[in-house]
Design a protein around this ligand. Structure first.
Ligand SMILES: [Zn+2]
Length: 381
């Protein structure tokens, strides 16, 4: 923890939302700590480690989860190694901003799932075994074994004892970084864990529970922004974020990801999903083939950036997953370490207030270098 934390808190008071985000307002707040650094603040909570599931359903086996506590510790270590900027703790925002994009009954389910699960005598971690699939009624069962299926979009992700407090900490991390930008920081990094972009308004899965970036996008709008662009560069399609904003023109969602014909989440993320109703034309998917390297991936990102520029958002929010890395164990793109730095620099050329929110990345040993490469590429513009 930086020793100048007291100074930091003297000007940062999250109880006050600060002035609305304005179109041209990229005023710079003095970065706490005057050491030679790249001046990009990171928000981090050690409470992420409360999310420490022992099991993930993968290939018919219960395996050690790919989404594990060590991931963000490697990122934190690299942030400190390169002197990216200060690392600050989150503040508590309560559930109100979360409930702006999530169903209250779903959030209550997340909060109480573990106690209901164990009260039923279940011995293992909480995973669904039946979902309301085609032809079945979409109603919430009373029995937790049914209820967990109702609220699941996938079944690999186990809910455990510490899941809910870690999820709360993760959304507080995101909202604290969002507040920093709302108050004038040009950029901030929310080192969230668990991730969020697969979580829909009322479903968990794909290691995600609360959709942190959707919560932040809505918070920007609630504080006066007119338009927010959410760019999802995680290997996987951000189905949750897309579904939350699909019929809205105030949030443009753009996602580069593994073609869902070949990759999780399989049932959303196709190129012809353009938005609906008043949101028509504000959703852009770039499904890409197995083996995609930076030549193709970078072209897709350039195209996405042109769409963002035309949209002229007040702020850019980036779902930062680095499972596009060539060594990722559950993905099939071929980005190299240097490619992450290249696209960080490209994102900086948009000259927008930019919130980075951590999503996936499962090559655990390299996740720190790859993530921080994006942020240093962005900062050393
Ligand atoms: Zn991912």
């Amino acid at each position: 923890m930086p020793s100048d934390l007291t100074i930091f808190y003297s000007f940062f008071q999250p109880e006050f939302p600060g002035p609305p985000v304005g179109r041209i307002r990229i005023s710079s707040v003095a970065t706490p700590g005057s050491k030679e650094d790249l001046s990009l603040l990171t928000v981090f909570s050690p409470d992420h480690s409360l999310r420490d599931a022992k099991t993930e359903l993968s290939g018919g086996e219960l395996v050690k989860p790919y989404e594990c506590p060590a991931r963000v510790e490697y990122v934190l270590e690299q942030i400190r190694l390169v002197g990216l900027g200060d690392v600050v703790p989150p503040n508590a925002y309560g559930l109100d901003p979360v409930l702006r994009v999530h169903d209250p009954q779903y959030i209550e389910f997340l909060r109480s799932c573990w106690s209901q699960w164990t009260a039923k005598g279940n011995k293992g971690e909480a995973i669904p075994s039946v979902l309301p699939s085609r032809g079945m009624r979409q109603r919430v069962p009373q029995n937790i074994n049914g209820k967990i299926g109702y609220y699941a979009m996938a079944v690999e992700t186990a809910i455990t004892d510490g899941t809910w407090p870690a999820v709360q900490a993760s959304s507080n991390v995101a909202l604290t970084a969002q507040a920093l930008i709302s108050q004038g920081e040009p950029a901030a990094f929310a080192l969230c864990r668990p991730p969020g972009h697969h979580a829909t308004r009322d479903q968990f899965g794909g290691y995600c529970f609360v959709n942190n970036i959707a919560v932040c996008a809505q918070a920007f709008l609630d504080q006066g922004a007119e338009r927010v662009a959410v760019l999802d560069v995680d290997f996987h399609h951000g189905n949750g974020t897309q579904s939350i904003f699909y019929e809205r023109p105030d949030v443009m969602f753009l996602s580069l990801h593994g073609d869902p014909l070949h990759s999780f989440p399989y049932f959303l993320g196709f190129a012809n999903e353009k938005g609906a109703g008043s949101g028509a034309g504000f959703n852009h998917n770039y499904p890409l083939a197995p083996g995609t390297a930076y030549d193709i991936w970078g072209d897709a990102l350039q195209d996405a950036c042109r769409k963002i520029e035309a949209f002229a958002p007040d702020v850019l929010a980036v779902s930062l997953g680095v499972d596009t890395f060539e060594g990722d164990p559950i993905s099939f793109f071929r980005l190299t370490g240097d490619d992450f730095k290249r696209y960080g620099t490209l994102l900086a050329s948009l000259k927008l207030p930019t919130l980075f929110v951590m999503e996936g990345g499962y090559a655990v040993k390299e996740i720190g270098v790859n993530t921080v490469n994006v942020l240093t590429g962005f900062s050393s513009k």
